[in-house]
Write a protein that binds this ligand. Structure first.
Ligand SMILES: Nc1ncnc2c1ncn2[C@@H]1O[C@H](COP(=O)(O)OP(=O)(O)OP(=O)(O)O)[C@@H](O)[C@H]1O
Ligand SMILES: [Mg+2]
Length: 318
């Protein structure tokens, strides 16, 4: 196709892309001795993530966030501080490694290792893994959450796009930007996090705790296994969403996917419990219950036995 045969919208779109790429390439040349832009990976709520290469040709990912009068400068400063803090745990836990983070011109950046395996969001979109493989990935995520919790850290923004997979489908946690180390005070102002994955208490602005992550993990696991969200209602805005998270009715996951067994269902419902006394706190227990649920072993919590398994139990075969 010649340039002139394109329609005006397409032409201006390409021109915008070219202009954006030129700005990004210029910014990247000023980071870490000069980075080279390779491609755009994706856009998020606060910025865009690009694949790039450092001066030795090592492939990396960089997130660029543009300062704007609409967003308080504190927001970005806190994100950069939190990203740099995760470097102390990324050697020993499955957390995406941050190489450097800072400000260049009017942009904030986070330079990190590149994950070519994509995100859990892409796994959801392809939907080509078995229930067992999905539960195994879930157990790995639960184990990593247990590791960060044991270091006094709460992630607070767990969702599929913040879980990256390596080439063997091993999950790594990303975007610890709302993370709270040894939480002590409630959030101020608007609840922070991603509405659909926010726990009821996070949505109502209470003190962040490890149980936030258990709940968000419950939503993520529900979505991974059913390709849908837990609530019957379909909220149209944040206010409705907060109402649904605090009052809505959860549909049993096995109603959406009959391959979900009673043990997995019990684990998900306990993760999503609104009652903090009932919800799992120890993500190590969640990880071992998940693995037990797919290998015919006992889990640590009660679950509804099917008629068939009751018959087997009666005849002593389980
Ligand atoms: N290190 C990385 N390697 C590969 N892909 C990445 C990396 N970091 C982020 N991504 C991907 O880039 C895309 C944009 O990420 P970004 O974090 O900006 O947005 P998001 O996670 O969708 O939403 P939010 O802004 O709420 O975090 C997502 O698909 C994300 O998974
Ligand atoms: Mg993200």
């Amino acid at each position: 196709m010649t340039a002139d045969s394109r329609n005006p919208a397409e032409k201006s779109m390409n021109q915008n892309d070219m202009e954006e790429n030129a700005i990004v390439a210029a910014l990247l040349s000023g980071i870490e001795g000069g980075l080279e832009l390779v491609r755009t990976i994706g856009k998020g709520s606060l910025g865009t993530v690009y694949e790039c290469a450092d001066k030795n040709g090592t492939p990396l990912a960089v997130k660029l966030m543009q300062g704007s009068p609409m967003i308080e400068p504190d927001t970005f400063e806190n994100i950069i501080t939190a990203a740099l803090k995760t470097r102390s745990i990324s050697e020993t836990t499955r957390v995406v490694k941050v190489i450097s983070a800072g400000k260049i011109e009017n942009f904030y950046y986070i330079l990190m290792e590149l994950f070519k395996g994509g995100t859990l969001e892409a796994v959801l979109a392809k939907n080509n893994l078995s229930i067992k493989d999905k539960v195994r990935i879930g157990a790995e995520i639960a184990k990593t959450l247990a590791d960060i919790h044991s270091k006094g850290i709460v992630h607070n923004d767990l969702k599929p796009s913040n879980v990256l997979l390596d080439k063997d489908n091993v999950p790594y946690l990303n975007d610890f930007y709302l993370f709270v180390s040894r939480p002590s005070k409630p959030f101020s102002g608007m609840p922070q996090g991603t509405p659909y994955y926010m726990s009821p208490e996070q949505a109502s602005g209470q003190i962040p705790a490890v149980t936030n992550d258990s709940y968000s993990f419950g939503v993520l696991l529900y979505e991974l296994l059913t390709n849908s969200m837990p609530y019957r209602e379909h909220p149209r805005n944040i206010t409705e969403m907060i109402h649904v998270v605090t009052e809505g009715k959860i549909v049993r996951p096995s109603k959406k996917n009959s391959a979900i067994n009673a043990k997995i269902e019990a684990i998900i419902l306990k993760l999503l419990s609104r009652d903090l006394e009932t919800r799992y706190r120890d993500m190590n227990v969640v990880a071992s219950d998940l693995l037990a649920s797919i290998s015919g072993k006992q889990i640590s919590i009660p679950y509804r036995k099917s008629m068939l398994s009751k018959v087997f139990t009666f005849f002593g075969s389980n």
